[in-house]
Design a protein around this ligand. Structure first.
Ligand code: SF4
Length: 462
């Protein structure tokens, strides 16, 4: 890993122009030409994408009129590709552990793994679940009609793929330093192995969406195992598809600044190809609005488009706007905020226009909030995420459901903007239109779903 570029104090308010990067958002293309290509459906180059993202301006200001032209082109493309439907899924987040020592500077999720050790006296608010605890969470959620479990976890040093992996890792001298491994006995709670967790969460016909490229790397660290062989074992244990998170920005000079402990861009691509090669669907993400510039964002889109050209395995592209509060990047003054509304809109729009081989683009209400999330459905996005019922939420009795979006909420919000609400399976292969005049609405596609609203079922359990 190379050293991070030195900040150039006094340039730019929020980072993108504050680093001396090799890649900068300068092109020989004109905004007008790029827009004409976007409108005609011609495949865009990286330079075209940069012109559309920057609205062709030399400074950091976005030209509002030009922005509207880009959004309009993207909205029309969205209608041509997937029509007016807005999709969502009945899903549950079950994160196995918050223990991690990778130290990504944009992360406010993890807790230092050291604090989880039995001998540690450090207080922490994190958790680790045993496989049995994970299974109980999924069992409960299934009864409420959930059919997708998304599980993304910290890189717990006691986690290994299976017993063989534990043996290999135990054989290293100074394993904590060389392969980020400590035996699970050192910790208050043993997360079990990755295969045990997959098996535990794969209850009934639930769709298990887990094992990001970074987690897959952790599940093969210290070995010469291929991603393909690791994902095959995970698939056989119950994994159905893999989230392409940990992509952040797929340009190494940016990763060196925000996540120097993570796999590099090629590692992410290799892992995704490994997952796809064993028949798993994948998603792809971008996490933007921190230190990167518009050239990096479009270079990232090109990596994703190339991967899709080679494999066809990406079901959905998920833009994630950087949430800066409580992150080391913000607390250390490296950034002073995240992306602006205009940047969010343009990122969604250019993703739709640039990724001519990915049908679905998500608007994440968790990242953007309701109002902007709905607006982005008119900027090129067509998917509105899922219910995201989390364990924490299910334990609350009638309190705030800030992390939960019911089917009735979906119907109400989407009807308000004149778009048909459509329940979908994780892989988009099964869909069901909801009638706004009927109700109340609940999931119907899951193995135990019968249309009962999920919150009603939860109340009955308490
Ligand atoms: S690997 Fe994941 S959980 Fe760990 S610090 Fe990085 S983003 Fe956070």
């Amino acid at each position: 890993m190379s050293d991070a570029p030195a900040p150039d104090a006094g340039v730019g308010p929020t980072g993108p122009r504050a680093f001396e990067f090799e890649h900068v958002p300068e092109t020989d293309q004109s905004f007008e030409n790029a827009l004409a290509k976007a409108r005609s459906g011609e495949r865009l180059t990286v330079d075209d994408g940069v012109e559309l993202l920057t609205t062709g301006t030399e400074n950091r200001e976005i030209d509002r009129e030009r922005k509207e032209l880009v959004l309009e082109a993207a909205n029309r493309r969205r209608a041509d590709v997937v029509g007016e439907d807005v999709t969502f899924v009945a899903n549950l987040n079950n994160n196995v552990t918050t223990a991690c020592n990778t130290g990504c500077l944009f992360c406010n999720f993890k807790n230092s793994s050291h604090a989880f050790e039995t001998e540690s006296e450090i207080d922490h608010a994190g958790f680790t679940k045993t496989p049995a605890e994970s299974r109980a969470v999924v069992e409960d959620a299934l009864d409420m009609g959930i059919y997708e479990v998304t599980s993304v976890s910290g890189l717990h040093p006691g986690f290994a793929l299976d017993d063989e992996h534990h043996e290999i890792l135990r054989g290293y001298d100074d394993a904590a330093r060389t392969v980020n491994y400590k035996p699970p006995e050192r910790y208050e709670t043993d997360p079990g192995t990755y295969l045990e967790q997959m098996d535990a969460m794969s209850v009934g016909d639930v769709h298990l969406h887990s094992m990001t490229p970074e987690e897959a790397y952790h599940a093969r660290r210290g070995t010469d195992w291929s991603y393909e062989s690791v994902y095959r074992k995970l698939r056989d244990a119950g994994l159905d598809s893999a989230p392409g998170t940990a992509a952040e920005i797929l340009v190494d000079e940016v990763r060196d600044v925000i996540c120097p402990g993570k796999i590099d861009s090629q590692g992410w691509v290799d892992a995704m190809e490994g997952a796809i090669s064993v028949g798993l669907d994948v998603t792809a993400t971008i996490m933007y609005g921190h230190v990167e510039n518009e050239m990096h964002r479009v270079m990232h889109l090109k990596e994703v488009r190339d991967l899709q050209d080679r494999t066809g395995g990406i079901t959905e592209f998920v833009p994630l706007s950087f949430v800066h509060q409580q992150t080391p990047l913000y607390e250390r003054g490296v950034v002073t905020g995240g992306a602006t509304d205009a940047e969010d809109e343009l990122l969604i729009a250019v993703s739709r226009l640039f990724l001519d081989n990915v049908d679905n683009v998500q608007s994440s209400w968790v990242k953007y909030g309701n109002a902007k999330g709905l607006k982005l459905l008119n900027c090129g996005a067509n998917d509105f995420m899922g219910t995201i019922l989390s364990e924490e939420i299910t334990k609350r009795a009638g309190g705030e459901y800030g992390e939960f979006r019911s089917f009735d909420d979906y119907v109400e919000m989407l009807s308000a903007i004149g778009r048909p609400p459509v329940e979908r399976s994780t892989d988009y292969r099964t869909t069901r239109r909801l009638d706004p005049d009927d109700g109340p609405h609940g999931p119907m596609l899951g193995p135990r779903a019968d249309g009962t609203p999920m919150l009603d079922q939860q109340e009955q359990k308490q």
